[in-house]
Design a protein around this ligand. Structure first.
Ligand code: PEP
Length: 242
């Protein structure tokens, strides 16, 4: 499976900074690993125009209509967008998103033909009380409830332990692999035809100096990256292009 690195730029970078990154990145990017970028939604067109797979960091569960401030998956697809990140822990923490409420967004985005990077992950107290697999299982079952198997080929899961995001703490490769193997089993039970093919990304302080060991694990198919995706040189290194 080709490894996939997804950049989550969060609410960083103005237009000039996005364009400078894209110019530097595209000059050296070889394509040996797939690279996708989710900038602030205001700048998705810059990413689309650069030829890189472009994503949103959230979208509406509704397709169109009187929903002030929302962003439509259908419109994004029509303008050439490719994917959406749903269920990031910052959305769960600051915007009251739950696996149940995310289920509607997942289904809408898939129905509109976008790829979905659905994020799951446990907090530190949950890990310390040995609930990690229980929590991840619930987030998968609720978030993907009632999803048709035909759409599973457009699904990507990102395992992001909340305690490792933006903290500099990374799950050890063995800790990450244990959870990825569990996710793989759950996906295979739910989607017998596609479970083995769904990419499972690891996220949480992925950096050039730990990426190879993480990507060397059997069930780690790539990374969802915040901080280290903001510098073109670092993201190039994650993509295998020094
Ligand atoms: C993230 O925000 O999804 C993330 C993994 O951030 P960082 O790489 O900075 O830990």
């Amino acid at each position: 499976m080709t490894k996939l690195l997804v950049a989550n730029w969060k609410m960083n970078k103005n237009g000039k900074e996005c364009q400078d990154f894209l110019d530097t990145f595209m000059a050296k990017y070889s394509g040996q690993r797939a690279a996708w970028i989710a900038p602030q939604s205001l700048y998705v067109k810059l990413v689309i125009n650069s030829g890189i797979m472009a994503g949103l960091q959230n979208c509406s569960e509704f397709v169109s209509g009187a929903y002030t401030g929302e962003v439509s998956a259908k419109t994004f697809k029509e303008m050439g967008g490719h994917f959406v990140i749903l269920g990031h822990s910052e959305r769960r923490q600051y915007f009251q998103e739950t696996s149940k409420s995310l289920n509607a967004k997942v289904k809408t985005a898939l129905k509109e033909g976008l790829k979905v990077v659905y994020c799951v992950g446990e907090t530190l107290p949950e890990r310390d009380s040995h609930q990690t697999l229980l929590i991840i299982g619930d987030q998968l079952h609720q978030g993907l409830n009632d999803m048709s198997e035909a759409n599973a080929e457009n699904l990507i899961i990102a395992y992001e332990p909340v305690w490792a995001i933006g903290t500099g703490k990374t799950a050890s490769p063995a800790q990450a692999q244990e959870v990825h193997a569990f996710i793989r089993d759950e996906l295979t039970k739910k989607f017998p035809a596609f479970g083995q093919k769904i990419k499972i990304l690891y996220g949480g302080s992925v950096k050039p100096d730990n990426v190879e060991e993480l990507l060397g694990q059997k069930d780690i198919d790539g990374g969802l990256v915040g901080g280290a995706s903001l510098k073109a040189q670092d993201f190039l290194a994650l993509c295998g292009d020094k």
